[in-house]
Each structure stands twice: as structure tokens, then as C-alpha cells.
Design a protein around this ligand. Sequence first.
Ligand SMILES: NC(=O)c1ccc[n+]([C@@H]2O[C@H](COP(=O)([O-])OP(=O)(O)OC[C@H]3O[C@@H](n4cnc5c(N)ncnc54)[C@H](OP(=O)(O)O)[C@@H]3O)[C@@H](O)[C@H]2O)c1
Length: 371
Amino acid sequence: MALALLVSSSCLPAFSCQRKVFRVRAVASEDFAAVKPEEANKVKLGGSELRVTRLGIGAWSWGDTSYWNDFDWDDRKMKAAKAAFDVSIDLGITFFDTAEVYGSRLALGAESSETLLGRFIKERKEMDPNVEVAVATKFAALPWRLGRGSVVKALKDSLCRLGISSVDLYQLHWPGLWGNEGYLDGLGDAFEQGLVQAVGVSNYSEKRLRDAYEKLKKRGIPLASNQVNYSLIYRAPEQNGVKAACDELGVTLIAYSPIAQGALTGKYTPENPPTGPRGRIYTPEYLIKLQPLINRIGEIGEEYGKSNTQVVLNWLISQDNVLPIPGAKTPQQAEEFAGVLGWQLTDDEINELRSLASEAGQPIGFPVERL
Ligand SMILES: NC(=O)c1ccc[n+]([C@@H]2O[C@H](COP(=O)([O-])OP(=O)(O)OC[C@H]3O[C@@H](n4cnc5c(N)ncnc54)[C@H](OP(=O)(O)O)[C@@H]3O)[C@@H](O)[C@H]2O)c1
């Protein structure tokens, strides 16, 4: 994720772009119990008014050439990403997570994930004007970004790339080295100006989370979410107080890398480890340690007629107050995510998987979590 520090500037100057801006229909203000069956799968994000699907789709890999896609983005991959978007909508998953740094133009051959998501939304809305899409994006706390004004400015650039007039959830991507008070002020400004429906943070420790919650509360703004690395094999949020604080404060924990970047799906083995930067985390040695867990996940999945991927995402959803956002590169992957909902592992299975995962040990995480 080193290249996460590069920002796309495809849409400057702020908010003066020529693209047609679409109003993505707000998903917060309706009587959901009465509307459609899939509304039952929606949850309120923290104390905000925003309701989103029980599982979202991560769009980091879309357009990216720094971590994903074997450093190469092409038309075939773009079509697969678009199909992943469309299948998600078709199957009732309407919450998408992107960031201004995903697919930064400064990375060779990359295309901005926000621009791609915006294009997919636009094309879908041309066919189905009433389609509901909830968009989450993120502010990059880069060291040279100072003061509250930098947040609204960055947000307007994101809106421009996305081609929409407001986002559903705006998150501070990671804590800055400095300037965090100003970023929280800016987040509040974005909310008060009606540019976002809900605000969240990401990679925030328990202390930072509590401080952010209190600061926003003074302005009457609920902190909706904290997006952190959380999966069956990366359970730092259970150990460092973040999950407990989220539960106590009523802040939704959005789980990123929820299938451990593919390592929990059973697709990668010691003989067939992932390529690229992922291969440095999920090494053959680590994948050997994972095998007993992967085998048991497979056995449990067979009992339910579910895949490994569906079992590990269901494990997360079974924890109260957790909303996973697995990344989908293809329509097949998106289709599999839709099968995560509508059933539930038993408490015994949840506990058994947690203890087997402990035996395998934890892979390395994203260093900004410790800022
Ligand atoms: N806030 C943050 O700092 C932060 C950090 C990381 C991620 N995120 C967010 O969280 C989202 C998800 O995290 P992530 O992309 O790191 O990891 P992830 O969701 O755990 O893994 C996604 C990858 O797993 C593979 N995969 C997906 N579905 C599969 C299936 N059904 N079977 C087998 N393999 C499958 C795909 O890669 P292959 O097909 O190449 O194996 C896919 O790109 C991101 O897109 C982003 O929105 C946020």
C-alpha cells in the first residue's frame, strides 16, 4: 500500500469539472421496512441516518497498478470490474467503497477507481434511472494537506471524479502525521454543507476513535464508522480495543481485506501463492500454517452448500456491528459475495474457526493502523 500516498489529480480544479453530475438517489430517508425485500438486508451505519447493504464491495483494485492487477490495467480488467459492479447491483448489493488514492494517476498505467465507479454508476443510471447506489470514498491525510479546508476541497475533487453531487459516506482514510483536529473539523464542514450523508474514519486506534467521536458529537454529528483491517485471521480490532469501542459507541466497524486479500478463499496454496505485493504477506510458509483452518472452513461450507469465501464473510457478519467490504474484480466474485447473506453460522462454528485461526497466527497489517 506504499503507493497509497499518491493522489489522483485528474479532476482539478476543485468542483469545476465539465462532467454531468448525477444525483445518486439517497438511500437514507425512506421507510425501508415497507419498500423492497432486499431492504431487509440493509443496516444503519452507526448513529447516522444512512442505511446501506449488509455487505459492501471494495473498489481498491479497480484501475490500480501499484498493488493489484500484476501492475497492469487494461480493457479486459476494466470490463470485468464493470461486470462486478453490475452483478452486485443486480443481486442487491448497492454499497461501494473507493478512495481518492485508489488507482492514482501517478502510478503508471493506472485509472482512478473513483472515475471508474462514477462511470459505472452513470452507465447504469442511463439504463435504470432509479437505481440506488451508496458511495463511500475517503480523504487522504497527506502530510502537506493542512487545515480543515483541505478536506472539503479534496471531497469536491472526489465528487467531480465520481460525477455525483454528494457521497453517502466520507471517511478520513488514515490518521495524519499532524493536522488531525483540522481534518475532523473539515469532515464536520462537509457534513454540514450537505456534501456527505455520513462521516467516518479509517485505520483509527481506539483512542483516536473516541476522540473523533467526541469532537464530532459536540457539533451534533454522529461518527458513522471506523474502517479497519478485520478478518478471521487478522483480528487486531478484537485485541486492541477498536471493536469493543465501536460497539460501545454505536459506530459501525467496516471490515476491509475481509477475505485476507484472497488468502482465506482456499484459492491460494503453499504451491500457488498470490503474485505481486500480496505474495510478501501471504508467503508459502504462512499458507502452510493456514491449511488446517482452510480445510475446516471448507468442511463447514460443504454443510451449508457455501464456498470458503462465503463462510469467512458470514463469520464477520455474524459479529454484531461489522460490515465487510470484500474487493470484487470479476462478476463471479461479486456473485459469490451475494451468497453470504440470508444464513448464519452457529456460535460453535464461529468460536471453532476463531480458535483455529489463532493457531495459524496473524499476518502483517497495514502500518498506518499504528499511527
Ligand atoms: N481503509 C483502508 O486503509 C483500506 C485498506 C485496504 C482495503 N480497503 C478497502 O477494502 C476493500 C477490500 O479489501 P482488499 O481488496 O484489500 O481485500 P479482500 O477484499 O480481502 O480481497 C479482495 C481480493 O480477493 C480476491 N477475491 C475476491 N473474491 C474472491 C473469490 N470469491 N474467490 C477467490 N478470490 C477472491 C480478489 O483478488 P484475486 O482475484 O487477484 O485473488 C480480490 O481483489 C478494498 O477494495 C478497499 O475498498 C481499505
